[in-house]
Ligand binder design. Structure first.
Ligand code: ASP
Ligand code: MG
Length: 245
C-alpha cells in the first residue's frame, strides 16, 4: 500500500476535491491511505479567530468562524448535492462549527489562549476536510471512510508541536486503517492533527500534514509516500512531487 497526501490547495474547494478524487481513483491499485490538509487557508483563519477572540475582538472572531462555516457547507453542497448523506454531513460540520464558536467565545471570556486551546481550534480544519473528502470520494464511486486522526496519530502533550509516539501510532494505524483497506475502501485521515494517549487534541506544528503522511507510511510500512501538491500554471508532467521512501 501507499500513503498519498494532498495539501490545502488540492482540497481547497469542490473543484479541487474532485480533481484530487480522480488522482486517488488512478492509484486505487496501490491501495492508498489518503492524508489531507485543511481546505486552503483554513488553519490560518482558525488561528486568527482564536487570537482575535483572546484579544477581545469576539465579533470579528465569530465572523471569521461563520465565513469558514459557509465555505465548508458550500463545498459539501457542491460535492454531494442533496440527499440524506449531504444533510448528515452538513449537520456534522455545522455541529463542529457550533463547537468552534463556543471555543472562541470561551477564549474571549478568558482573554488568553493556551497552546492546548489553540490546538483544539487549529485541529478543526483537518477534522472537517477528512470527512468531506471521504464523502466526496464515495459519492464519486471511490468507497472511502474518514478516520479521525486523533485515533491514530498518538502524540506527546507538547501542544502546538506535539511529538509523535511511533509505536502507538503503528498499533493504532494497524487497528483502524488496515481493516478499511482490507475491505477495499480508502481510509481518509486528516494530517497535522493528533491526540495524546488520553485523547486530548494536539497538532504536529504548522505544515505538519507531510509529517503525518510520513509517520503513517512508516507505521504501515508503506511502499511509497506520495506528497501531491498543486502548482500554478500548466506543467508538462502530471505527477509532481512524488517522493519514494
Ligand atoms: N493545515 C495545517 C497548516 O496549515 C497543516 C498542513 O497543511 O500541513 O499548517
Ligand atoms: Mg504544506
Amino acid at each position: 500500500m501507499i500513503v498519498a497526501k494532498f495539501g490545502g490547495t488540492s482540497v481547497a474547494d469542490a473543484t479541487a476535491i474532485r480533481r484530487t478524487a480522480e488522482i486517488v481513483r488512478g492509484r486505487l491499485d496501490r491501495r492508498p491511505v489518503v492524508v489531507v490538509s485543511a481546505l486552503a487557508g483554513t488553519t490560518n483563519a482558525l488561528l486568527q479567530a482564536a487570537e482575535q477572540a483572546a484579544a477581545g475582538h469576539l465579533v470579528a472572531a465569530l465572523e471569521r468562524v461563520e465565513q469558514l462555516r459557509e465555505r465548508h457547507l458550500e463545498a459539501i453542497t457542491a460535492l454531494l448535492d442533496g440527499g440524506a448523506e449531504a444533510d448528515e454531513l452538513r449537520d456534522e460540520a455545522s455541529m463542529m462549527f457550533d463547537e468552534l464558536a463556543h471555543l472562541v467565545e470561551a477564549l474571549s471570556v478568558l482573554g488568553f489562549a493556551t497552546a492546548r486551546s489553540m490546538d483544539a481550534v487549529a485541529s478543526m480544519g483537518e477534522r472537517l476536510s477528512a470527512p468531506i473528502c471521504a464523502a466526496a470520494f464515495t459519492r464519486m464511486g471511490i468507497p472511502s471512510v474518514a478516520v479521525d486522526a486523533r485515533r491514530v496519530m498518538i502524540t506527546s502533550d507538547d501542544f502546538g508541536r506535539a511529538a509523535p509516539r511511533p509505536s502507538e501510532i503503528a498499533t493504532a494505524s494497524r487497528e483502524y486503517l488496515l481493516p478499511i483497506i482490507a475491505a477495499g475502501k480508502v481510509p481518509v485521515v486528516g494530517g497535522y492533527v493528533g491526540a495524546t494517549p488520553a485523547g486530548i487534541t494536539t497538532t504536529l506544528g504548522r505544515g505538519g500534514s507531510d509529517y503525518s503522511a510520513a509517520l503513517f507510511g512508516a507505521a504501515l510500512d508503506a511502499e511509497a509516500i506520495e506528497i501531491w501538491t498543486d502548482v500554478d500554471g500548466m506543467l508538462t508532467a502530471d505527477q509532481i512531487g512524488r517522493a519514494h521512501v
